[in-house]
Design a protein around this ligand. Structure first.
Ligand code: NAD
Ligand code: ZN
Ligand code: ZN
Length: 362
């Protein structure tokens, strides 16, 4: 069928809205009419000089929409269902069977290649040339997307679908980092570096976990102000030269937990330095450059790399929705809507820090 998609044609070029041909869903796939799709910082990866998934590509991996068709082999999902699209996984490897699909042995191929495992994309442009698609198993910056049944989490039809896309990646990653991966315990202290969508969701998760001291570190004052409204007890200007000293002062010698969402090696070093002995840091941000640690940096401390909050979307998205309905997880405060035709403005608003979570509406 013909759909309209925002195609990234060059690493340094704009997205261009184009008609493209989308193949019908295969046996294990579903066709979804996209109602809204959040923009996550990870959507800029195909702009990197070296990328698994160079342009031309359709990105977008926080879709929400209505199922329009299901493949022959799909069970439990019906035409008309409202769904949130998350990352893809196989469902049958050791990690998937253990309930940890973010560690699926085919995670990278399914989510970052812009192709199915058989290397097809299912999308061609007006010239008949292939366009990379299947970004995180979906490619939702479009009017429609084909996703696998595993990508899809069915949600209640009474919920506002236009707000729910970001639950599929950024919000899930942040909240999962504190609630699942770090499993923050009550009355403990935590520092979150970067108060973007992922960091603010980590802060909301830490508040749900009843952490006593929640410190947000960022370079933008308006993001730190919002962090205070969403559960942070203290904020620190990331440009200050005594960030570690301030953390030690606020936490009685060092934090129990830290989350880094910046991916900046100097910030990651501070995240480790600001921990008390026995503390744990979760690295979430996509790292920009090598991290070099001095000999003492890891003594008595734990560092983990977190993917998608180490969550299973099929259980964690419903959990976030329950918390949101109970008024304990106001993730929708991060959202600003843009028409899909203004995707370039949305990207700029995100990269300059003005908008925390742009949501595109086809
Ligand atoms: N691991 C995963 O599974 C996963 C999933 C989703 C996103 N991500 C990654 O997480 C990161 C955050 O995503 P996001 O959507 O929240 O991005 P974002 O750009 O909205 O947030 C990053 C924040 O870090 C702040 N920052 C940058 N340098 C800083 C510094 N030196 N000190 C303090 N703060 C600083 C920025 O001001 C910004 O507010 C990205 O790298 C993204 O690709 C990873
Ligand atoms: Zn798997
Ligand atoms: Zn993402």
């Amino acid at each position: 069928m013909q759909i309209t998609a925002a195609v990234l044609r060059a690493t340094d070029g704009p997205y261009v809205l184009e008609p493209v041909e989308l193949a019908a869903p295969a046996a294990d796939e579903v066709l979804v009419r996209i109602v809204a799709a959040g923009m996550c910082h990870t959507d800029v990866l195909p702009r990197a000089e070296v990328s698994f998934s160079p342009p031309p590509i359709i990105t977008g991996h926080e879709g929400a929409g209505v199922v329009e068709a299901v493949g022959d082999g799909v069970t439990g999902i019906e035409v008309g269902d409202h769904v949130v699209l998350s990352f893809d996984s196989c469902g049958s490897c050791e990690a998937c069977l253990a309930g940890s699909p973010a560690h699926c042995e085919t995670f990278l191929m399914r989510n970052l290649l812009g192709r199915r495992l058989d290397l097809t994309t299912g999308v061609t442009d007006a010239n008949g040339d292939e366009v990379a698609s299947r970004w995180f198993g979906q490619s939702s910056f479009a009017t429609h997307a084909v996703a696998t049944a595993r990508n899809v989490v069915v949600v209640d039809k009474g919920l506002p679908l236009e707000k729910l896309g970001p639950l599929g990646c950024g919000i899930q990653t942040g909240a999962g980092s504190t609630l699942v991966a770090l499993d923050v315990q009550p009355r403990r202290s935590i520092v979150v570096f970067g108060a973007g969508a992922v960091g603010l969701a980590a802060i909301m998760g830490a508040a749900v976990a009843d952490a006593a001291t929640i410190i947000a570190v960022d370079l933008h004052k308006h993001r730190l102000d919002l962090a205070l409204e969403l559960g942070a007890t203290h904020v620190i200007d990331g440009a200050a030269d005594d960030v570690v000293g301030q953390i030690q002062g606020l936490t009685g010698g060092g934090a129990h937990y830290a989350v880094d969402t910046t991916g900046v090696p100097a910030v990651m070093t501070n995240a480790l330095a600001g921990l008390r002995l026995g503390g744990v840091v979760g690295f979430v941000g996509i790292q920009v450059g090598d991290l070099v640690l001095d000999g003492a940096a890891l003594i008595g401390k734990t560092a983990i790399g977190i993917l998608e909050g180490n969550t299973d979307p099929h259980t964690f998205i419903p959990r976030m929705l329950d918390l949101w309905q109970a008024g304990r997880f106001p993730f929708d405060r991060l959202i600003e809507e843009f028409p899909l035709s203004e995707i370039n403005e949305a990207e700029e608003a995100s990269l300059t820090g003005r908008v925390i979570k742009p949501v595109l509406r086809p």
